[in-house]
Design a binder for this molecule. Structure first.
Ligand SMILES: *[C@@H]1O[C@H](CO)[C@@H](O)[C@H](O)[C@H]1NC(C)=O
Ligand SMILES: *[C@@H]1O[C@H](CO)[C@@H](O)[C@H](O)[C@H]1NC(C)=O
Ligand SMILES: *[C@@H]1O[C@H](CO)[C@@H](O)[C@H](O)[C@H]1NC(C)=O
Ligand SMILES: *[C@@H]1O[C@H](CO)[C@@H](O)[C@H](O)[C@H]1NC(C)=O
Length: 431
């Protein structure tokens, strides 16, 4: 499949825009709230890991102008400048309600507006949000005009979350002043409590109305924090959502949601858990639940998205994920999440093989699947939990009747639990 981005390439080819961004950019949403314990080296490590899979930059989710976040952003910029990594702001208008004014937002943007590591869209500073619709149009117009008075032009790409429904496209555009680029989509999974796969209706409606577009891609949706306790249908989201972005939406920017939102017990992180970050209650959901192998999938699809062609697979990889408690399990602590019965009790294995092979998944003695996967293609398999309790999945790659390599999942699947946890453990087998 060839991804067509001719309109953009032709603009670049004619050289009309000196500093226009290339058409396919990949950012990861970084929760600056989690950087309290970060030194510049911690930023540099995360940036190096992100760059190694093709991520261009972080969208800095910043919740408050007071406290430590602005200071940590100084370190983030220093690390990004050393690495040639891009940053843009995603002002979090929800986490600390009322924390931001138009003036404090403008002042934060102004600090790094001329850095060569600030991500520019069409020669203007890209500015995003998480929500912000309740602040109203005048609030955002004031941000833009305050900056404009200082010679700083912005492209406003908010995620106005209440306009999620595609039928609200025109309402949003007539309510909020368009600022070059307005991309409302931060809709990375079903958030409507329906047990079906996500569709691209919202992405396409906004792309059609606005032209420039950003699509959020997320691996999993489970959250347990204060009054939020839910899991959405996201069993195979990390595979098909990338395909939607590449084949169906073809946005200008993919935003991975998230890099590090683990400290509020959200399961969608793909970065490594930094042991210095205080986890508080999230420790029960996060400790020992490694998502590093999801980056193998991201690396493949990022390359696909940027080049428009399926990358060659030169090494056999099987990436697999599973929850560690059957969904009906009664745990001794915590509360059963809403939609607990949406995810399948299964191991999901994505075969990414260089050559044809058979991937076998065994869970105990009674659950066994074999899937013949073609080289160079991604094949998703599913293996249901057995009735036997306390089993660890085993994943094997078989060729010509011989086991080439095998591995076990990092955690046992068990009905013994002190906390409801729908955060999946992710593993990989390579050969
Ligand atoms: C880029 O900015 C120029 C000048 O403001 C504007 O006319 C043009 O529509 C913008 N292009 C895009 C792709 O946003
Ligand atoms: C939701 O859908 C998944 C996948 O199709 C299925 O495994 C699960 O049992 C469904 N849950 C409910 C409550 O229907
Ligand atoms: C598989 O079954 C055998 C024979 O019933 C039993 O001894 C063994 O413990 C079982 N293995 C597992 C992993 O349950
Ligand atoms: C087998 O897979 C594991 C897990 O990915 C990997 O660490 C190990 O190097 C692989 N072994 C071989 C021989 O490729």
């Amino acid at each position: 499949m060839v991804v067509s981005r001719l309109p953009f390439f032709s603009v670049v080819a004619f050289g009309q825009l000196a500093n226009v961004v290339s058409a396919a950019n990949v950012f990861a949403h970084f929760m600056v709230q989690n950087s309290y314990s970060y030194s510049q080296d911690d930023w540099a490590n995360d940036i190096a890991t992100a760059q190694s899979i093709g991520i261009d930059g972080f969208a800095l989710n910043v919740a408050s102008p007071s406290g430590y976040e602005p200071d940590r952003i100084e370190n983030a910029y220093a690390a990004a400048e050393a690495a040639g990594f891009k940053l843009f702001y995603s002002f979090d208008m929800v986490s600390v309600s009322g924390a931001w004014s138009s003036d404090t937002i403008a002042a934060q943007i102004e600090k790094h507006a001329t850095s060569s590591n600030t991500f520019l869209w069409n020669d203007t500073v890209l500015v995003s949000t998480y929500a912000g619709q309740d602040n109203g149009n005048d609030f955002w117009v004031a941000v833009k005009s305050t900056l404009s008075d200082q010679g700083i032009d912005i492209s406003f790409a908010p995620a106005l979350t209440s306009y999620r429904d595609p039928s609200l496209t025109e309402t949003m555009l007539s309510t909020f002043t368009r600022m070059t680029f307005q991309s409302p989509t931060f809709f990375f999974c079903r958030l409507d409590d329906v047990n079906e796969t996500l569709t691209v209706g919202t992405d396409l409606a906004y792309k059609s109305a606005i032209k420039e577009s950003r699509t959020a891609v997320s691996p999993w949706q489970f959250k347990d924090i204060s009054d939020q306790n839910w899991v959405e249908q996201s069993d195979t989201l990390w595979n098909y959502r990338w395909q939607q972005a590449i084949n169906d939406v073809q946005p200008d920017i993919v935003e991975i949601v998230t890099w590090n939102d683990y400290a509020e017990s959200s399961a969608h992180y793909i970065g490594d858990i930094n042991p210095n970050v205080a986890l508080y209650d999230a420790a029960a959901h996060i400790t020992g639940i490694d998502h590093a192998a999801w980056r193998i999938v991201a690396q493949y699809y990022i390359s696909y998205f940027k080049t428009g062609a399926a990358p060659a697979i030169t090494e056999d990889q099987v990436v697999f994920w599973y929850r560690i408690h059957p969904r009906d399990t009664t745990c001794s602590g915590g509360t059963q999440p809403r939609m607990y019965d949406f995810p399948a009790d299964a191991v999901f294995a994505l075969a990414m093989l260089a050559e044809d092979g058979t991937v076998a998944v065994d869970i105990g003695n009674t659950s066994h699947t074999e899937c013949t996967a073609s080289g160079g293609q991604l094949i998703m398999g599913i293996t249901y939990f057995p009735s036997e309790d306390n089993q660890t999945p085993a994943v094997s790659l078989i060729r010509n009747g011989a086991t080439v390599n095998s591995t076990n999942g990092q955690q046992v699947i068990t009905t013994s639990c002190s906390y409801y946890n729908f955060n999946p453990v992710v593993g990989a087998l390579s050969a």
